[in-house]
Design a protein around this ligand. Sequence first.
Ligand SMILES: C[S@@+](CC[C@H](N)C(=O)[O-])C[C@H]1O[C@@H](n2cnc3c(N)ncnc32)[C@H](O)[C@@H]1O
Length: 270
Amino acid sequence: MIDPDQDSLGGLPNKRQVAASFSRAAGSYDSVAALQRQVGQRLLAALPASINPARWLDLGCGTGYFSRVLAERFPASAGLALDIAEGMLQHARPLGGAQQFIAGDAEQLPLRDGTCDLLFSSLALQWCANFPAVLSEARRVLRPGGVLAFSSLCVGTLQELRDSWQAVDGFVHVNRFRRFEDYQRVCGDSTLTLLSLHVTPQTLHFPDVRSLTHELKALGAHNLNPGRPGGLTGRARMLALFNAYEQFRQPQGLPATYQVVYGVLQKEIS
Ligand SMILES: C[S@@+](CC[C@H](N)C(=O)[O-])C[C@H]1O[C@@H](n2cnc3c(N)ncnc32)[C@H](O)[C@@H]1O
């Protein structure tokens, strides 16, 4: 169901690149995923208190950490974990949590209509250029009354790194993100009922720029955008980047801000 060669819309990297990058990162992801853990926990806390799904889907499950958390929280439910990166699925499968680990694309789910009560998706949908397609697929596979809970990233994420590169060479070195207003508009236009949608900044601190870029690479989330500069990054340009980033330094270190979007939507009961 995936067209790996499909070029993405909106200047996001294509799906083959995304899948390859996350597959490569499967072994290192968990060691650097502190922010991803916090975000997923907040998303769990945002689920409607009464929710008790017979079948849940962890959409963009990565290493499956939240599949295992969902399995503990809903022990009587059946769980599915889906990701576009085969390497992530290979890592997650032996650790359990879900009954099935499925390769697939959030924009084109390989699932039948009306088969899930909860779609949980933490920090995956920023990689989907066609967000309306994601919501329409969510609506299709949800049962009446079912819930989509997602966290994602919007414009302003890694702004310090983007601005610092801008001062060095003007190239795109940081992944592009949708604006929060676009999340609002697309959620508002969807036929799902919007229960909540908000954006919260979360800032990490690093001793130096190399620690930040190493972490992004270990997460599989380093820059994959079309328009990124090819070839080696010269020593002089890296030094210029380090200098430019220093303007942001705080007592705790160099800040890297993530603008985290949390959304909860529900399919009508009938
Ligand atoms: C930052 S990781 C988050 C993993 C996990 N949800 C967590 O919170 O730890 C993003 C995941 O989304 C997956 N992904 C990206 N685009 C996707 C798509 N179109 N469909 C399904 N999964 C996708 C990536 O392969 C990656 O495993």
